[in-house]
Design a protein around this ligand. Sequence first.
Ligand SMILES: [Zn+2]
Length: 162
Amino acid sequence: MKFIADGMLGKLARWLRLAGYNVKYVGDLQVPAREQDEVLLSQAQAENYILLTCDIDLHRRAKRAGVKSTFIQSNDVVEQLAEVSKRCGRRIRIRPENSRCPMCNGLLELASKSDVESEVPATVLKIQREFWRCSSCGKIYWKGSHWKTIVEMAARYNRMLR
Ligand SMILES: [Zn+2]
């Protein structure tokens, strides 16, 4: 299951990548705003992406064109995740082992401490045991201070679906 997200849904795209989904975000594609709808529709059609959009007109156009599309109503990213998972019938789980790079959609690979020591602040190196590197853009991830936010949001998501 792979998604292509409209220009308003960058945050949702990053969260779905964190949860391991393959998500193309039109905001990453350097497309002028007025051409984005066409690009979303043609790429979704050509490569069988599920379109995620908060634009009801685009959603309807997609449906007419036979493109799978999910209309996102909420402005809140956790509620948006719930909308996607209800629509797809799957619970979204966030585990770094399965994550993709939130910035570029590349696959993350476990990296050893010695692999990353020249690129990570010493204080981080001292505390953290596990590191992941994006196989595409090279960015290094660890369960830093933002990890707490991720865990809290995942908990809110789980409560929402109960
Ligand atoms: Zn990356």
